[in-house]
Design a protein around this ligand. Structure first.
Ligand SMILES: Nc1ncnc2c1ncn2[C@@H]1O[C@H](COP(=O)(O)OP(=O)(O)OP(=O)(O)O)[C@@H](O)[C@H]1O
Length: 362
């Protein structure tokens, strides 16, 4: 299952010209406001007819400007989840979910139960949308879209209207969706937290064009992409297994580079997690530090260096099997001779890792 998007369109001053492939999994369209993300989603949905290009979903041509072909919106077999759930207020959750079935080509049953369980909405079935929290509404909206058996799910800023608490609550459900369904997702967001947690493929957009596209982990850990990703939000993910819940409120994990301590993570022993560490939260030392308050000291090797034009530098490190990014001063990078191949220690404060930056490893 894959989506191939090639399109060009002009809105007066603004020119959209994009070309990317979205394989199975979650493909995130990331870019600043006005970079053209929603226009791409609208073109895939059939709400915008591009001036030129071709959009193909799993071998099925949805749009081809040259051939004058454009499949009507309702025949594209796509599911949508928008910022606002857009549920029917007069119908119960069960009826809202069933609404999607009418368009599905085959019957339901086990599938309904599976989707309801996966999204944790079993207890809400007889309620009306008016009484649900924003996060619950979005879970129902996702369930309704899935039950229509789409060949592709379009999600345009589905969490943007939720507060941080609700976002944190819904992210694990989106991770489950990624793991448990084969439906590819095109996910629009300008939140790096969401992109890092959910994306398997990343399409970075700027001013109507694709700046970079490819496997999300590669793009997120490449120092050259830090300016486009945002200097304060850039970071890379470590993979680690939960090994202990300790008495003083810490969770001990084992990454391939060594042990890691985080504030209590609600996960079972043996769970494999992905932990995003912001580049600005990493300190580097050439020798193993002594008498330090930080608990996380990982041996690493410098794998790439990007000296900025200003006082900053981004160092990419190989820590065991994982890549990390560290944002330090150019002065320190030069003084410590942090060149590719240099051995060092990456120091990460335990409490620097935000709850939303710890997710299922997939
Ligand atoms: N129907 C339209 N007519 C004229 N201009 C449009 C139209 N739709 C979008 N644009 C322009 O195209 C550009 C890209 O808009 P788009 O909504 O695709 O960006 P975006 O990356 O999704 O932004 P945001 O994150 O703010 O939603 C903007 O400059 C917008 O004003």
């Amino acid at each position: 299952m894959s989506l191939s998007v090639h399109l060009a369109h002009s809105f007066g001053d603004f020119a959209l010209d994009v070309d990317f492939e979205a394989p199975a999994g979650v493909t995130a369209l990331f870019g600043r406001s006005g970079s053209g993300k929603t226009s791409v989603v609208n073109a895939v949905a059939g709400l915008l007819r591009p001036d030129a290009g071709r959009i193909v979903l799993d071998g099925r041509v949805l749009f081809d400007a040259e051939q004058g072909a454009s499949v009507p919106v309702h025949q594209r077999r796509l599911g949508y989840v928008f910022q606002e759930g857009r549920l029917f207020p007069h119908l119960s959750v069960r009826q809202n979910l069933s609404y999607g079935h009418w368009f599905a080509p085959r019957g339901v049953g086990a599938e309904f139960d599976h989707v309801v369980a996966m999204l944790g909405i079993d207890g809400l079935l007889e309620r009306r949308p008016g009484g649900l929290s924003g996060g619950e509404k979005q879970r129902v909206a996702i369930g309704r879209a899935l039950l229509a058996r789409p060949q592709l799910l379009l999600m345009d800023e589905p969490l943007a209207a939720l507060d941080e608490e609700r976002k944190a609550e819904i992210l694990p459900f989106l991770e489950r969706l990624r793991e448990e369904t084969a439906v590819p997702v095109l996910y629009v967001s300008h939140s790096m937290v969401e992109v890092a947690r959910l994306a398997t493929t990343l399409v970075l957009m700027d001013a109507g064009r694709v700046v970079r596209a490819g496997p999300a982990e590669d793009i997120l850990s490449d120092p050259d992409n830090v300016p486009a990703l945002g200097i304060r939000t850039a970071g890379a993910s470590l993979h680690a297994v939960v090994t202990a819940q300790e008495d003083d409120g810490l969770t001990r994990l084992e990454a391939s580079a060594g042990p890691l301590y985080l504030p209590r993570v609600d996960a079972r022993i043996g769970a494999r997690l992905s932990i995003r560490i912001l580049a600005q939260d990493v300190i580097l030392s050439r020798t193993r530090p002594e008498g330090l308050s930080a608990l996380n000291v990982l041996p690493a090797t410098v794998s790439a260096v990007r000296l900025g034009d200003g006082p900053g530098a981004i160092i990419q490190l190989k820590a065991g099997d994982d890549l990390l990014l560290a944002r330090i001063t150019r002065r320190s990078a030069l003084a410590l001779q942090l060149e590719p191949g240099a051995q060092c220690f990456a120091i990460v404060k335990t409490v620097a890792v935000a709850r939303t930056d710890v997710g299922g490893a997939g």
